[in-house]
Design a protein around this ligand. Sequence first.
Ligand SMILES: Nc1nc2c(ncn2[C@@H]2O[C@H](COP(=O)(O)OP(=O)(O)O)[C@@H](O)[C@H]2O)c(=O)[nH]1
Ligand SMILES: [Mg+2]
Length: 371
Amino acid sequence: MDEMTEAKEPLYLRSDPTPGRQYGDAVPPRRDPAVVKRPHLDPELLAQRIRAGERTAIARAITLVESSKPAHHDLAADLLRILRPDTGKAIRVGITGVPGAGKSTFIDSLGRRLIDQGHRIAVLAVDPTSAKTGGSILGDRTRMGELAQSDQAFIRPSPAGSHLGGVARTTRESMLVLEAAGYDVVLVETVGVGQSEVAVAGMVDTFLLITLARAGDQLQGIKRGILEMADVITVNKADGDHESEARVTARELSIAMKLITSDPKATRPPVLTSSSLTGKGLDEVWQAILDHRARLEAAGQLQARRAKQQREWLWALVHGELEDALRVSPAVNAIRAQLEAEVESGELSALEASDAILAAFVRDAEDLLRH
Ligand SMILES: Nc1nc2c(ncn2[C@@H]2O[C@H](COP(=O)(O)OP(=O)(O)O)[C@@H](O)[C@H]2O)c(=O)[nH]1
Ligand SMILES: [Mg+2]
């Protein structure tokens, strides 16, 4: 089912009339865009439908959090506030690995197993490159064809045309919507390159790295930082001729992890093998994810981890808003070119210019931040 097309239907009409309009008021002409555009969304009603697990309502809410329109921003904030008590209950798992490692196929196979066990699965993606390729990390829906057909699964590709910060926000908020809708396992797929892992690690409880057997150079191509973030590692495509090779790689990787882990007392991530083709190892990977989570919970770290994530997210939002405001500040833009030229020619020091820019920014920052 295509969530995007579903989401276009205007579903939730406000029960009350447009605020400020009285009975008997002249009806504005139909071409008034404010009237023609779209009926008002009622966040309470939408929340109710989401809690009931209605797919169209969920898709509508995700479209709302993905929207960049200021009016939608306020509605999304209202909706998330209403839903908050129903969020936070899912097992949140991040899944990373280089393109072709088999992430989507793995999610499809694992997801179907978990559904058989009675779980409801939400799949999200953080893929800031999808804007460039025009496709998406999950665009290869065929890879998740079977999972996508289950009414116990909800798959949402990365929104196109966004930068990482935007994708990180919408993924995080979509996750909350899906938790409120009763999805008890949220899998977040991300590309195994660049900063997106950091963003995903900042929103999940457990981080799974899917890698491949490449005897001898198994560490090549995996950034050290990503290895350090991993809570569970699996050497994937351990089937056919590659099964024994995968086992060797897993052993070597496990030894290598000892060397990278700076704290000798820290729990090292287990390194397993898996195949989505045969299904072998999938249960063990899931068990390792549950074990990691259980260890966190036993040590009181799950709440601590989430609290820290929230705190860091708060500041990421503040920094993002400030940067946006700085970029569009008319007072700053009025003096930007001149100050840059003066700094380049040496007439003005960078420090003096930055003071001038900040002074200009503060002058109209209030207006900019108000909306
Ligand atoms: N042999 C084998 N091939 C696999 C396995 N999982 C995925 N593949 C294949 O590897 C390719 C990339 O898979 P995909 O899930 O799209 O990788 P992603 O880019 O990491 O999401 C596809 O051609 C899959 O059919 C596996 O467990 N065993
Ligand atoms: Mg994929």
